[in-house]
Every structure is written in C-alpha cells, then in structure tokens.
Design a protein around this ligand. Structure first.
Ligand code: ADP
Length: 251
C-alpha cells in the first residue's frame, strides 16, 4: 500500500558488529517517486544501511518497511527483490558476450514473477518496453552491440536498464557514476531525473557535482555519519553546516 505516499521507512535501526555500531538509531523516510541522495564519509554506514533495506544484513533493532505496511525485516533477500526493490552495486555485471538487447531480454525473463519465462517469445508489450528502456539508458542505437564492447559508463547504464526490466518501485544505487567521464555523469543525471516520479531512488554518492545535478537545488540530501543522520536538507545548506564540514575535513 503506497497510498500514504511513503515508499520506504527506516525507523531507528541499529546494527552492531562485535559491539561496534555501524548503524546507530538510523532514521530515513523516502516518499513515493522521490530521488534522495545519501552522502557521508567512508565508514558512515551507507553500505550497511543499503544492506538492511535489501535483507543482506538484519538490524539488531528498529524496523524497515516498504510502503506503508510491508515489513522488510520479515522477508528474504530474493523476496525483497521480487516485491520491487532493485539494487545496483558499484561494479557493472552485464553479460559481456550478449548484445545490449539480449541483456535486457534476459533480465526481463529472469524476473521470477509468473508473467515471464525463458523459453517464451517476447510479447509486443515486452518488446516495446525493451525499446523504451534502451532509449532511457541512452543505448537506443546500440541494441545489437555486444555488451563487452561498451564503455564503462554504458555498461553501468545497461545494468540499470536490466534492473528497470523488473519494474522496481524502489531503486538503490551505490556510487553509480564512479569511474564515469563528465559527459557520462551528466547523462546519468539525466537518466535518473527521468526515472524520478515513476520510481523512488536512493543514491549513495561521493561526487558532489553529480549530487548537485540530481538535486537541482531543491531536493533533500541526507548526510550520514557514525551510523546516524548528521544533517538533512538542501545540498547548499548541508555543505554549509559546520558539523558536516567538520566530519568531512576534520579527520
Ligand atoms: P560506508 O558505506 O558509509 O563507507 P559501511 O556501512 O561500509 O560504511 O561501514 C560502516 C562501519 O561498519 C565501518 O566502520 C565498517 O568498518 C563497519 N563494518 C561494516 N561491515 C562490517 C562487518 N561485516 N564487520 C565488521 N565491521 C563492519
């Protein structure tokens, strides 16, 4: 039930590793269709937070819910993926021997929900969707190109396209522009801005220029530090926040 406008609700989660708190009463609320950037120094807990959302790590306490009332802490990792949470790790993992089109086709058919199967021919609607996604990820002219021959940035886009084939409601992206050229970064911002509204996006990012492109001077940015939220607000405001400056420069 997404009727209340909440896509993801992380409430007071704590994660300890041998007594060390990687997350310490972390709270985060993402609205349906929202694009939220999460920043913070190394070790702040960004990866652990993503792991708690996708079921890879179980918090010691607190709750994580999807929409208003889906308790993610009761679901397994594969079930969380199936209900519409897609995660992209830093390294692209596309099938290098297959074409762009075939990668997207495979992602569609690998969807474990009953509407697809590996040996059925694509329906017209599925073909249309692949075409739509290829355009979104800037690979509309590269359908037959072998994925292994794409640039690093293009591979990242293809992997995002593969996630999109499964119609995720929420996309989690870990440093999506790491290693990209400036032009690729800019086109990735374009892509994410075109997904905003249709999907909710949580983007963990170090590249402040990219965060600036994504937030367009008007969206909320969350700063994590020592496992909890240090600041939340417009990028310009959090960058001017004394405590934020201190944690970025002071250590
Ligand atoms: P970030 O992604 O913001 O760099 P992480 O979530 O990876 O931060 O890590 C947060 C803290 O938790 C770090 O101090 C890290 O060393 C620690 N940590 C993360 N995973 C483990 C683990 N499996 N065992 C022990 N410590 C961990």
């Amino acid at each position: 039930d997404f009727g209340t406008g909440v896509a993801l609700y992380v409430d007071d989660i704590t994660v300890s590793f041998d007594g060390f708190k990687a997350l310490n009463k972390l709270n985060l609320m993402i609205k349906v269709g929202e694009l939220r950037c999460i920043i913070g120094p190394n070790g702040a807990g960004k990866t652990t937070m993503m792991d708690c959302i996708t079921g890879k790590t179980r918090p010691d306490s607190g709750t994580v819910s999807f929409g208003q009332n889906v308790d993610l802490l009761r679901l397994r990792e594969n079930e969380i993926a199936e209900i519409g949470i897609g995660r992209k790790f830093q390294k692209p993992t596309v099938f290098e021997q297959l074409s762009v089109f075939e990668n997207l086709e495979l992602a569609l058919k690998a969807d474990r929900r009953p509407r697809a199967s590996l040996w059925h021919r694509l329906t017209g609607a599925q073909l249309d969707r692949i075409g739509e996604v290829m355009t979104l990820i800037h690979l509309g002219q590269q359908a037959q190109r072998q994925a292994g021959l794409l640039s690093h940035g293009q591979k990242q886009w293809l992997e995002i396209g593969m996630l999109l084939m499964q119609d995720p409601k929420l996309l989690l992206l870990d440093e999506p522009v790491a290693g990209m050229t400036d032009e690729e970064t800019e086109r990735t911002a374009e892509l994410f801005l075109s997904l905003e509204g249709q999907h909710s996006l949580v983007v963990v990012e170090h590249d402040m220029h990219f965060v600036d492109q994504l937030t367009e001077g008007k969206k909320t940015v969350t700063v994590l530090h020592e496992g909890s939220v240090l600041a939340e607000g417009l990028l310009s405001d959090v960058q001017a926040n004394e405590r934020v400056v201190e944690v970025y420069l002071g250590r």
